[in-house]
Design a protein around this ligand. Structure first.
Ligand code: TYM
Length: 328
């Protein structure tokens, strides 16, 4: 059976972008693949986090993973910091990287810009840690949104470089990016990615937003100058983004939606869209609230850490042996 690995940062409440671009796709994969899904808290601390908030966000993310439909009997769900092999292989992958290639990462450039001398070192070391996450599990496929493609290319380069030096240790993973929804854009700027760290709350829908908030955010969403509901990414990025969200939440194709709203204005379209988003998130939210404070959640995470430690520990040992670091 082929293996899947993916991770999400507990750095805020997940957005509809995280859901439509990544999480939603994790669910059907659990029936076909050996899946490892990770709460990457060590990635989250590459920028400062408030301890109490981080703790809550880790638990929220764990509950959300399950609430969207992942079955702990089928997948391994775990917290990165509970599996020490990640940090250890992360260091080895950092030593396999060149500063030049790390500085070229778009996310590094975005996140470090404007910080002057105070760019956290962890931001530069972030992609090698991500490579370690993936490579520890003999991963075949990594389902992610489009923004992670460059990190995946680097992972493949580092794995190939390592194998070249030390023998065929790592499986070279392939990226899996959804055809639709791999880049959900901000509701306030159709040219900018929807992000949980956007200071403008109106730019994103959180997976835990209540129905009133969702309705307000959709109503205030940016539209384009003319009144036509038509998919045209180049010239009408805002409405194209809303159509993508509508399509993914309703299961209707973009062409069906264009036909449904031909000659109708943005008002009707937006109020239907808000309803569809609320209907998508409501069952997830209900399940989330049941899980969040349940002892079952801790049991699932403990079992996940145990399983992940076993698999990752074996790979780390293989790597250290190949490098001459394992005594036994
Ligand atoms: P993160 O936490 O930023 O995002 C989690 C997942 O959501 C996707 N995503 C989006 N998809 C579509 N539209 C958007 N607006 C949008 N925003 C986010 C991301 O592409 C991602 O799939 N570095 C990763 C976490 C990570 C990881 C890994 C992923 C760490 N180790 C190993 C895969 C494998 C990140 O910051 O994702």
């Amino acid at each position: 059976m082929k293996t899947i690995f993916s991770g999400i940062q507990p750095s805020g409440i997940l957005t509809l972008g995280n859901y439509l671009g990544a999480m939603k796709h994790f669910v059907p994969l659990q029936d076909e693949f050996n899946c490892f899904y990770c709460i990457v808290d060590q990635h989250a601390i590459t920028v400062p986090q408030e301890p109490a908030v981080l703790k809550e966000n880790i638990r929220r993310l764990a509950a959300l993973y399950l609430a969207v439909g992942l079955d702990p009997e089928k997948v391994t769900l775990f917290i990165q910091s509970e599996v020490p092999a990640h940090a250890k292989l992360g260091w080895i992958m950092l030593c396999t990287s060149y500063v030049g290639e790390l500085e070229r990462m778009t996310q590094f450039k975005d996140k470090s810009s404007g910080r002057g001398e105070s760019v956290p070192g962890g931001l530069l070391a972030y992609p090698p840690l991500m490579a370690a996450d993936i490579l520890l599990y003999n991963t075949d496929f990594v389902p992610v949104g489009e923004d992670q493609k460059q990190h995946l290319e680097l992972t493949r380069d580092l794995a190939t470089r390592f194998n070249h030096r030390y023998g065929e240790i790592f499986t070279i993973p392939d990226v899996r990016v959804a055809e639709v929804g791999a880049r959900i854009m901000s509701l306030q700027d159709g040219t900018k990615k929807m992000s949980k760290s956007d200071p403008n709350q109106g730019g994103f829908i959180s997976m835990l937003d209540d129905p009133d908030t969702i309705v307000k955010k959709v109503k205030r969403a940016q539209t384009d100058s003319d009144n036509a509901i038509r998919f045209d990414k180049e010239n009408k990025p805002a409405i194209s983004n809303l159509l993508t969200i509508y399509s993914l939440c309703s299961g209707k194709t973009i062409a069906e939606l264009e036909a449904m709203y031909e000659g109708k204005g943005y008002g009707a379209f937006k109020s239907d869209l808000a309803e569809v988003v609320v209907d998508t998130l409501k069952p997830i939210q209900d399940r989330f609230h049941e899980l969040f404070s349940s002892p079952e959640l801790d049991e699932i995470l403990s079992a996940g850490a145990e399983k992940a430690n076993k698999v990752a520990g074996e790979m780390l040992h293989k790597v250290e042996t190949a490098m001459g670091m394992a005594r036994l």
